[in-house]
Design a protein around this ligand. Structure first.
Ligand code: 7TS
Length: 428
């Protein structure tokens, strides 16, 4: 591993310690996948905004579940079923605590952020959106927080309004007082952009929405892995996020909803588990949260998600954030040394997280990604499921490096060295 002291390139950037707030060697050692060589090089994983790697604790929790507990929850009266039900519900309690201490029945398990948002669009949306109503959606949304609203508006004859963005990668809030008006029923905005990395002022936007009687749904897919989250302080009505971006397994998502809203909403999936009484004359539904968890849920992965939450809490979310801020600052400085590289999003690390999108004037993002892969470096290239944002930038794609707890300054150096080599290789 390259140590900062043995850096060979000539650059004016003062490197921070390899890790801030975290014992980086210990953290790295917890992620078995990182010991691999890819194409003959040490794996440098810079694609955590797409999905994070999993620590041993999470992998073991899945194995333990299938070895010792496997059974269906909420219905069996035998010991295994009780164990599994207890562990599944313990994750709900833990998740409620992790996001600032909401009520456990306000936490609904889904398959991911996408399903959480669709749940709201198909239940609350069907019930509350009518012709002529307005839904304000930011221009930097992932398609998961855009398309469900677009489709809802199409079904209902409602209107999608755009909360625009600036070239610096911020939301343009200058017109917010007219964009949110008496017709606005919902504001849909990401807490952290998956392209710009921008941390959006959710609390202020929530206050503006509520002033006009609108609700706010914040997409927390990128924020929940990286920031301490306090949903009550943010003042959101709905908040959606995914386990797999925060060290947990794939196939588990969370929807937080204020209890009185969830209680008034119709169910999403009809079937087993979500009912109270079923007869040919009448069906009644279960109370929260079961009303929204029809069918056998993803028991193993929900249970293993608890191990991810414990792991993050063990590190401390303040430490996670401090570490990533230092790495992001260093990465922004080092990347800016590369001639011609255009870096998107805020420069100030107080306003952003660790996803850094960039483009090279001479090399397509897909070629950048392919070249870096030869060097064992995993990044993402494409439109990042944010085509309205790409359109605003006038680009079809960007390259994106995203950092997490197991990345250090040596990973940034590997990226910068490889990008320099790439430019030489392409003769630009
Ligand atoms: N919202 C944001 C802000 C995201 O970044 C993503 C996934 C989603 C929603 C969807 O989450 P899912 O778990 O339901 O798939 N973002 C990315 C990405 O940036 N690259 O791959 C997936």
């Amino acid at each position: 591993m390259t140590d900062m002291a043995s850096q060979t390139h000539n650059d004016p950037v003062t490197a921070p310690p390899r890790a801030v707030g975290l014992d980086i060697e210990r953290v790295k050692a917890d992620f078995p996948i990182l010991t691999q060589q890819i194409n003959g090089h040490r794996l440098v994983y810079l694609d955590s905004a797409a999905t994070s790697q999993k620590p041993r604790e999470v992998i073991n929790a899945i194995l333990e579940y299938y070895r010792k507990m496997n059974s269906n929850i909420h219905r069996g009266l035998h010991t295994l079923a009780e164990r599994a039900t207890e562990a599944y519900e313990a994750t709900r309690v833990h998740t409620a605590r992790f996001v600032g201490g909401v009520q456990p029945e306000e936490i609904i398990f889904t398959r991911g952020t996408t399903e959480s948002i669709n749940l709201v669009a198909y239940t609350w949306g069907e019930q509350n959106i009518s012709k002529g109503d307005e839904i304000l959606v930011s221009e930097m949304e992932h398609h998961a927080n855009f398309v469900p609203w677009f489709e809802l508006a199409r079904r209902k004859g409602a209107i999608i309004r755009k909360l625009p963005i600036t070239l610096c990668g911020h939301l343009d809030l200058s017109e917010i007082d007219t964009l949110i008006n008496e017709k606005t029923k919902l504001v849909a905005v990401s807490h952290m952009s998956n392209v710009f990395g921008t941390i959006n002022p959710i609390r202020d936007i929530a206050a503006k929405a509520h002033e006009k009687g609108a609700l706010i749904l914040a997409d927390g897919a990128q924020a929940s892995p990286h920031l301490p989250i306090d949903l009550r302080a943010l003042g959101v009505d709905f908040y959606a996020f995914s386990s797999h971006k925060m060290l947990g397994p794939t196939g588990v998502g969370v929807l937080y909803g204020r209890k009185e809203l969830l209680e008034a909403m119709p169910p999403f999936n009809f079937g087993g588990e979500m009912i109270n009484q079923v007869g040919f004359d009448k069906v009644t539904f279960a109370d929260l949260p079961n009303k929204f968890e029809g069918g056998t849920p993803n028991i193993a992965d929900v249970i293993a998600f608890e191990a991810a939450l414990s792991y993050l809490e063990g590190l401390g979310m303040e430490n996670v954030h401090a570490h990533e801020t230092a790495i992001t600052k260093y990465a922004l400085e080092r990347l800016s040394e590369i001639q011609g590289l255009e870096i998107q999003g805020p420069q100030d690390t107080a306003e952003r997280g660790s996803a850094i999108s960039f483009t090279d004037p001479d090399i397509h993002p897909h070629d950048i990604s392919t070249f870096l892969d030869y060097k064992g470096i995993a990044i993402r290239a494409g439109h990042h499921c944010a085509q309205p944002l790409m359109k605003f930038l006038g680009k079809v794609a960007t390259a994106r490096a995203s950092f997490y707890i197991y990345n250090d300054t040596a990973d940034v150096d590997a990226l910068v060295d490889a990008l320099r080599e790439m430019r030489r290789y392409f003769g630009v």
